[in-house]
Design a protein around this ligand. Sequence first.
Ligand code: PHE
Length: 338
Amino acid sequence: MKEELERLFAEALEKLKGAVEERQVAEIKAEFLGKKGKITALLRGLVNISQEQRPVMGCLANEIKISLEEKIKESLEVIRERKRKEYLLHESLDITLPGRRVPIGRKHPITEVCNEIIGIFLGLGFQISEGPEVELDYYNFEALNIPKDHPARDMHDTFYISDEVLLRTHTSPVQIRVMEKQSPPIQIIAPGKAFRCDSDVSHTPMFHQVEGLMVGDNITFGDLKGILTIFVHQMFGDKTRLRFRPSFFPFTEPSAEVDMQCVICRGKGCRVCSFSGWLEILGSGMVDPEVFKIVGYNPNEITGFAFGLGIERVAMLKYGINDIRMFFENDMRFLGQF
Ligand code: PHE
């Protein structure tokens, strides 16, 4: 039995020498020390040998078992160490490479221009008001003195949600909402989105406006001209000339559209201004007495002016962009320029 044990031990050691994978070592362990292993089987045979021999053999068998277990552990460590070295050799991590940069975001040009416009009017003492984009027909049309047969009310121009609810077609309904809640003096701007069923190089179904409203004692057309002139001078430079052209809006009387000197040709005439030298930038006028009556103000006591400015229009002129749709296509090459 002693020879048999030593022979098995030698055989196991020989096999261990040839093992290059952890899996092979596990197989050798099972072959000799497992439940059905060769050494285990031999140890079961201890019961058949004589009383005197049994402790001697048992002791020897134990020693062999322990040293084989140790050899197995060693060989596993050798294999693991070799694997680790191999891995480190082939691993190609260059820790001297610079990290990947995350591109920094920036504000959309419309947001940028809108903030600039707001900044100018805040400086002139205006406060900011807001109103809903989904608006009642009453605020968008009725209270602004826009009659039922006005072309703007056509399905082709306005997005209707239902008979009485629509997407606001301008920011002017905010005028009514503010006047309903506050009494004069009022000096507000209302920046926000507006929607019209329209799409070409100069129209998108959604666009942005800044509404302005100033109401109080003795507010005159002179105040309107003064405020808008200061605005254009701060936005486009104080040499920029302005022109007030008679116009019509149902909620202002008198009404004027404001043109500014073409920023491209400086008034000489070019394609952008259709060779007129002037560009239209906003609609304005003195608040119509009918509107004051609707919100419960006494038109004999107070006066006021209002204006509505297209933000995309201002942004296009400021940056020399000739297609409004560029603002909403989200092409990073375009947006990255601002
Ligand atoms: N709401 C008008 C428009 O969108 C502009 C405007 C505002 C005109 C205020 C006069 C006064 O065309």
